[in-house]
Design a protein around this ligand. Structure first.
Ligand SMILES: Cc1ncc(COP(=O)(O)O)c(C=O)c1O
Length: 388
């Protein structure tokens, strides 16, 4: 049992005036920002210490991936997922979004097709066009209060030119942790049509549902491993997205070579501080992570309870991530995020995820801030109910 008592997630850290993307958006306005996916918590003490030590070195030349970090990642994947990864399979990246874009360039040709399931994290929607590929969107379906793949629709939507499927697991924004059966069905379809899978697993260490386990797609079977580019990072779990450190795991040699070729001359190396933070995150922060998950579960419950009290809003259970995907369609609002912003809460509009009428709420913040935001939303919704 982790010793979780001594970590503080309740203190509101002042992020105004720190050039925070999340907070700068509403500079000078009384809007609580619950949009972009970073958390308002300080990073784990061990990460802060590792960064301080690295800064104290005082020399910041070009950096290669430290051998001990590669070893730590290999050990972490073996311990957490029983996934035996060869160190050569790792490709370090300055961010997952770079990885998504590189995957689109590395697989197939200009004019061919890339498929994804929507709603989804916006860079999934833009990456194919950046490399002159066409995007095929397949809608997830909500059934029994659970977002799921529509495999019939998915199979029907595949064209002879479909080369890549970009998967988000756990899924941002719908919060699903896909089961082995779901992943196996998807993998079988991809195998049948010779489609490469790019599996974005950035949220894999943020599983909130105690019954669920993250299954790396590449672990399903050797054939799927050979057609999968897995993307992972310490950035979401340990709240270091501003340090730009991520990695791809690609077991198949030719696919890895294509991926590296697509990166050449464009994608910079990871910076020295990103590596230092990643090492500490993967080796010294298990207690902090356990405490974080416990705190996030409390926040998730607070959101679910508040939404349940607002008759025009609804949401499915959040199995993973610190993001709640809220259906506001019953409220009949043209621009729900703008509506909540006017009420003092900064959410992300579903339209950016290909789902108008929804909003995404980031609950990775001190509970007091979250409760204030939920109160503001409830007051705004009560006003609508009175008018309708
Ligand atoms: C699914 C997913 N992929 C990638 C990213 C961003 O990755 P990065 O900051 O490493 O580019 C996010 C951030 O929210 C995300 O939710």
């Amino acid at each position: 049992m982790a010793n979780t008592a001594h970590f503080d997630f309740d203190t509101v850290v002042e992020r105004r005036g720190t050039a925070s993307l999340k907070w700068e958006k509403y500079r000078g306005r009384d809007v609580i920002p619950l949009w972009v996916a970073d958390m308002d918590f300080r990073s784990p003490p061990a990460v802060i210490r590792a960064l301080q030590q690295r800064v104290a070195d005082g020399v910041f030349g070009y950096t290669v991936a430290p051998e001990e970090l590669t070893a730590a990642v290999v050990a972490m994947l073996a311990t957490r997922y029983d996934w035996k990864v060869n160190p050569e399979w790792l490709v370090w990246l300055p961010g997952l979004v770079s990885g998504l874009n590189v995957a689109c360039r590395a697989v197939g040709e200009v004019g061919e097709d890339v498929m994804t399931a929507v709603p989804v994290y916006p860079p999934f929607l833009t990456a194919p066009a950046h490399s002159r590929r066409n995007l095929i969107k397949v809608a997830l379906k909500e059934k029994n209060n659970r977002w799921q793949f529509d495999f019939d629709l998915l199979a029907q939507s595949i064209t002879p030119a479909t080369r890549l499927f970009i998967l988000c697991n756990p899924h941002n924004p719908v919060g699903r942790v896909y089961t082995r059966d779901e992943l196996a069905t998807l993998a079988a379809i991809c195998r049948k049509h010779d489609i490469v899978i790019c599996s974005d697993e950035i949220h894999c260490d943020l599983i909130l549902d105690g019954e669920k386990r993250h299954i790396p797609t590449a672990m399903l079977d050797p054939e799927t491993s050979a057609r999968t580019i897995t993307l992972m990072a310490p950035s979401k779990t340990f709240n270091v997205p501003g340090l730009g450190c991520a990695f791809a795991v690609i077991s198949e040699e030719n696919l890895r070579a294509r991926f590296k070729k697509a990166m050449a001359g464009i994608v910079p190396g990871v910076n020295a501080l990103g590596y230092a933070a990643a090492w500490a995150a993967f080796t010294e922060c298990a207690d902090w992570q356990a405490a974080l998950l416990e705190y996030l579960r409390g926040n998730r419950d607070a959101v679910a309870q508040a939404v349940a009290r607002m008759p025009l809003l609804s949401m499915a259970p959040v199995e993973a991530t610190y993001l709640a995907w809220i259906d506001a369609r019953a409220a009949g609002l043209k621009k729900p995020a703008a509506f909540f912003e006017a009420a003092g809460v900064g959410l992300q509009d579903g339209i950016e995820f290909d789902a108008p009428g929804f909003v995404r709420l980031n609950f990775g913040c001190p509970r007091s801030l979250l409760k204030e935001a939920l109160d503001r939303m409830a007051a705004a919704m009560a006003d609508i109910s009175k008018c309708s």
